[in-house]
Design a protein around this ligand. Sequence first.
Ligand code: BES
Ligand code: MN
Ligand code: ZN
Length: 485
Amino acid sequence: MQINFTDTRPSDARLVAHIVDKGKMPSGLEASIDEGASVARFEGKPGQFFDSFVERGGKTVRVALAGAGEPGVDARHANLEKAGAALAASYLTSGAKEIVLDLSGSGLDHIEACAALLGLRLRSWRYDIYRTRMKDEQKVTLESVTVVGAPDGTEAEWANYAALAEGIDFTRELVAEPANKVYPVSFVERCEKRFDGTGAKLVVLDEDAMEELGMGALLGVGQGSEQPSRLLAIEWNGGGDEKPIAFVGKGVTFDTGGISIKPGPGMWDMKWDMGGAGAVAGAMLALVKRKAKANIVGVVGLVENMPDGKAQRPGDIVTSMSGQTIEVLNTDAEGRLVLCDALHWVQTEYSPARIVDFATLTGAMLIALGNEHGGMFANDDTLAEDLLAAGRQTGDKLWRMPLGPAYDKLIDSPISDMKNIGPREAGSITAAQFLKRFIMDDTPWAHCDIAGMVWSEKPGHTWGKGATGYGVRLMDQLVRNTIEN
Ligand code: BES
Ligand code: MN
Ligand code: ZN
């Protein structure tokens, strides 16, 4: 979607939208609109929507009102996103090609204006490439938004938000694509395309390279698949010579469970078991596109978990790159096996100042927190607070979960250094404890279990059904708050 800025309202505008604070109807509208809005009980509540037709200069013009709630509240930006999103949701397939968004007299500042535009931009994402028989009325018609009377500085600031939206779109694309389209090698190829010419450096390890490094845990997971595994690092050096922050993602492009195979119903969801890797790739794209003043490295471990004659068996013992041995009691607890080698590698290669990993790691996380919060585990209170704050600011919400020695004990193995599962209880915590065993020298580290956040069965305020793009804004905001300031 194209977003343009102009000073004067185009004379041929057929759809004119206004952002309306609670109880503050724009002045100068036709009486019929004021009347209609009042009859429809439109008050300007966040996300509330009203539209009506009027005659202007002999033409029929559609006038839309999107509610933004009260100014000055904590949720102000989220509310403005809702207002923008309401416009996108209403007009995406309405037949309208252009919305003229009239912000003159709205009282918004330039950041608030961008928030409304971001909501509009994010909510208009669709992925229809496999739908070849769509009826005309199902197709997206909206092509552009022309913003009139934007506050000073909006257009310049929008460039940063457009980069963010591009990153979120990329994450959603990777997550939405099925596993016959996005597998380790094609995941890397899509990244190579997207990052081409951006100034980011991509490092790709193939199976031989990983074998050489001793990544037996990651390789064990991919061993039953025809698709070769990959490790991808995306480096961005936009800062000085300080140590980078590292983002690490679980990229299981399909998780059948392996020999500990999952039941058939719902297994299709496991195409998005690369949601952590997708979020890291999208966040890196956003950060790189807006030329973040920070050193950042994004690392994703990419594998497909399949049952096969060559697949690893329950009970197999693998040696991770760290040298620690792991008894693989359940081949479906594969995410931690991929992450432990990716985490060890990023530390030896980049000595990051901080590490945050993102993974659709456990079904238990979904049971605990549903689709409202990602679960966050951290060995460092400051990093935990920074992440929680970024979550509150962006709407990518997190909830902190505990770690501790009593949980750690639960993954001790009688025959090797650890086993890859604990008892049924506290399943998300023992998974986090497993990862913690691969963090060296108490480097500040946080693990975000986003199993409930990557995919949505119902539309949310800036997404439709399907891939949400969760995590991209969280990482972007964390970098803004803690490195760029
Ligand atoms: N990818 C799954 C976790 C998952 C489940 C994510 C549902 C999103 C929705 C993960 O690899 C897995 O299978 N975890 C097991 C771990 C268990 C075997 C200890 C689980 O949660 O059942
Ligand atoms: Mn699994
Ligand atoms: Zn998995």
